[in-house]
Design a protein around this ligand. Structure first.
Ligand SMILES: *Cc1c(COP(=O)(O)O)cnc(C)c1O
Length: 372
């Protein structure tokens, strides 16, 4: 960290803090609606599940209202026990978080020393970089290849200073998947002292035999970690609940770093209920499959370039300034994610919605591309 000019803060922050950019949230949908006098606003910006939470999870949350005076179970006993049955890993290998975002921060806090390198894609989930920078580490951002993580280049980017590697699979924002054969080859090239983390927030949507989840490698005792979340297919983004399946030593270290009650009681209980609601999961997969087909067909008919997705979102290149397209869509009540934050200029990341929402998006996009 260079010694720059003095910073105008009464109490000066750690220099690492100034390397971070504040998260700029979009306006809430109801505020957009009010401001623009719209009857309906659809949010296709954060890859949430438009079918909502599992009805079982909603029921569980209601039932828990009466015991909100009790602290959560700091060990997350019931949720970990169930997850350990589902995945066939020991409960001592499971960590719980206030969203998997928090676990990404914990990994940085537990492992990244000043100057340590953390390898990741150059267009990927932004929290890996935040977690690295906050600890004084150095993000090593490896360019994607046609929207896919380039695992060969990522392996070549590993040096003696590398502590962590983040694979995002499927990758956010592109939606692309990394295949089994690629991760197998990759892991052979990585020294065992490097912890390889596979962020699999959209794993439940993948449905591809070639999916390169790191779960089997974790079970084989490799130094790898798998992150999953209840925010996406399970529809619990508002509750903040995610989990990591990690080597036992890493779980023990994260348990030193985390706050005792980092995962709240409602989150634990709802996650437990959602996990067993297979019908809700199946319904969500079906909706995304159908929506995907429809949207690809429509985007192709409009002559737009798209990236192949294995998640519940599609990156589409409109060839026009994505901020302008974003604003024009917003005026028509459709919220999408422009990709400027990733250094892209013309692409949008669009969550696959209900048939109704998808049709509204396409209609709005057709109009908008005429005028922008
Ligand atoms: C949405 C998302 C997450 C995290 O979500 P939480 O709500 O914090 O559990 C993590 N990784 C990726 C790639 C995501 O898209």
């Amino acid at each position: 960290m260079s010694e720059g000019a003095p910073v105008p803060y009464p109490t000066s922050p750690r220099p690492e803090v100034l390397t971070l950019s504040p998260y700029i949230p979009g306006k809430p949908a109801d505020e957009v609606k009010r401001e623009l006098g719209l009857e309906r606003v659809v949010k296709l910006a954060s890859n949430e599940n438009p079918l909502g939470p599992s009805p079982r999870a909603m029921q569980a949350v209601q039932e828990m209202a009466e015991s909100l005076h009790i602290y959560p179970d700091a060990a997350g006993f019931h949720l970990k026990t169930r997850l350990s049955q589902v995945y066939g890993v020991a409960a001592s290998q499971i960590v719980l978080g206030n969203g998997s975002d928090e676990i990404i921060m914990h990994l940085g806090q537990a492992f990244v020393r000043p100057g340590d390198e953390v390898v990741m894609g150059d267009k990927t989930f932004p929290v890996y970089k935040t977690s690295t920078l906050l600890m004084g580490g150095k993000p090593v951002e490896v360019p994607l290849k046609n929207g896919f993580l380039d695992l060969e280049a990522m392996a070549s980017a590993v040096t003696t200073n590398t502590r962590l590697v983040f694979l995002c699979n499927p990758n956010n924002p592109t939606g692309t998947m990394t295949r089994k054969a690629e991760v197998d080859r990759f892991l052979e090239a990585i020294p065992p002292r490097v912890l390889v983390i596979s962020d699999e927030a959209y794993a439940e949507y993948v449905g591809d035999e070639e999916y390169g989840t790191l779960l089997p490698h974790l079970k084989n005792g490799k130094n790898v970690a798998v992150l999953r979340t209840f925010s996406k297919i399970y529809g619990l983004a508002g509750l903040r609940t995610g989990y990591g399946l990690v080597p036992e030593y890493a779980a023990a270290l994260i348990n030193r770093v985390r706050l005792s009650f980092n995962q709240n009681a409602l989150a634990q209980r709802a996650a437990l209920a959602a996990l067993d609601d297979l019908e809700h999961v199946r319904k969500s997969i079906r909706m995304v499959e159908e929506g995907k087909e429809y949207l690809y067909r429509e985007f192709a008919a409009m002559g737009l370039k798209t990236y192949p997705t294995w998640g519940n979102f599609i990156m589409v290149d409109t060839g026009k300034d994505c901020q302008a397209v974003f604003r024009a869509l917003l005026r028509r009540g459709v919220i999408v994610r422009p990709t400027s934050a990733w250094g892209l200029h013309t692409a949008l990341r669009i969550t696959i919605g209900t048939p109704d929402e998808n049709a509204l998006l396409i209609e709005a996009l057709k109009q908008v591309l005429q005028e922008v």
